[in-house]
Design a protein around this ligand. Structure first.
Ligand code: HSE
Length: 405
């Protein structure tokens, strides 16, 4: 019998117990022994749950029990999750987590701590919920240079944008619908302001380039300013508005940001709808690969947590799974102003203005969005170069969006 502990018995924590119970036989076969949840740490009691007798309220009971070899942290939030993770690693226990805030903020230190204590710190469930993405980036893509990673990393905002696209809903109404369906939190700021996606893209950037950026310092724009004009522009240009986390190297330095993009229909990401996530990895030998599936939710996320548990307990894991990341500094972080991409630019004016805009931005043509409103897609430009080119012909953009090619 292998004894483990669960920290946090909310949605993902209780889902992890459910996966371990439901699939106990195959998990035992894969681990070489039965996996038993000896403790559940939570502030609450769960008297009606079959594992309710395992609930404890003191982390030291878990830390001081030598039988517990692994701790699954699913508490959410930075503290005390980070503190308990440090303590568990120091006590020689493996840690797996779904907590993107902790990984994105303290990943460098926690991976180092895991190495120092000869244990593993795994976090497959921290990005893309149940979608395999962390392990594939570390193993299956290991022979590649990663050219870029671009993804729909937040299910709540993708649900809202899909409602806006399919039903012509405005943001506030689509958000209410998301809350009614239980997708968005009562306080949905981390989702709609893009912070959740920012945490996830810095984790993916660290896997791709070995540098962990500060998720609070990367350029992050959410979807609160998206209106029906954005969706109309996307429809006319042939694509969809999506909240994208994107990372690439610019002159050898790491760039990552979160922004609404126009994603043309040729890009498979534009067809990732509803609460689903889609992550497009562009690798120099493989080419493009799309990772698609349930990016949130109880059992999908728990299945990724349990995959990490199995990987560790079956002794298949090794140092390869605990990458050494470095903290970002001025020399390793690209300036967002240097990011070059095509840009959708929208103006109010006449068709003559649209023609001027087309030439100024090196665009192939222009489309009429509605009477007196025109859109073009520029050649690849920095944001400043695009704004200057528009101003140089005496026009003013009413809306601009980067384009994800
Ligand atoms: N709030 C997140 C989302 C949950 O909507 O994607 C999964 O990280």
């Amino acid at each position: 019998m292998i004894q483990i502990a669960i920290l946090g018995f909310g949605v993902v924590g209780s889902g992890t117990a459910e996966v371990l119970t439901e699939n106990c036989k195959l998990i035992a076969e894969r681990c070489g022994d039965e996996v038993c949840v000896k403790y559940i740490l939570d502030l609450r009691e769960f008297p009606d749950h079959p594992l309710g007798d395992r609930v404890v309220h003191d982390i030291n009971i878990i830390l001081n029990d030598p039988e517990v070899v692994l701790v699954a942290e699913m508490m959410g939030g930075a503290h005390p999750a980070y503190d308990f993770t440090c303590a568990a690693l120091r006590a020689g226990k493996h840690v797996v987590t779904s907590n993107k805030e902790v990984v994105a903020t303290f990943g460098v230190e926690l991976l180092e701590l895991a190495r120092q204590n000869s244990v593993s710190y795994f976090f497959e469930a921290s990005v893309g919920g149940g979608i395999p993405i962390i392990r594939p980036m570390q193993t299956d893509l290991a022979s590649n240079k990663i050219l870029s990673v671009s993804g729909i990393l937040n299910g709540t905002t993708n649900f809202i944008l899909t409602k806006m696209k399919d039903e012509g809903a405005e943001f506030a109404d689509a958000l209410k619908e998301a809350q009614k369906n239980g997708y968005a939190e009562a306080n949905p700021a981390a989702d709609v302001e893009g912070l959740d996606a920012a945490r996830k893209i810095v984790i993916l950037a660290a896997l791709a380039y070995g540098i962990l950026l500060d998720p609070n310092k990367i350029s992050t724009e959410g979807i609160t300013k998206i209106t029906s004009l954005h969706t109309a522009v996307a429809e006319k240009l042939g694509g969809a508005v999506k909240l994208i986390g994107h990372t690439e190297l610019i002159d050898g330095k790491v760039f990552a940001h979160v922004s609404p993009y126009l994603v043309p229909a040729q890009n498979p990401i534009s067809h990732v709808d509803g609460v689903f996530n889609g992550i497009l990895v562009d690798a120099n030998m493989l080419g493009r690969a799309l990772f698609y599936g349930a990016g949130a939710g109880k059992l999908p996320t728990a299945s990724a947590v349990v995959a990490d548990i199995i990987d560790i307990l079956s002794n298949r894991a090794s140092d390869r799974m605990s990458p050494a990341w470095e903290t970002a500094d001025a020399a390793s972080v690209a300036d967002a102003a240097d990011y070059v991409c095509r840009r959708a630019v929208v103006i109010n004016g006449c068709s003559g203005c649209a023609e001027k805009l087309q030439h100024a931005l090196g665009a192939d043509g222009y489309v009429c969005v509605k009477d007196g409103t025109y859109a073009v897609v520029s050649r690849p430009l920095t944001a400043d170069a695009a704004a200057n080119a528009v101003a140089a012909v005496g026009l003013q953009a009413v809306l601009t969006l980067p384009v994800l090619d």
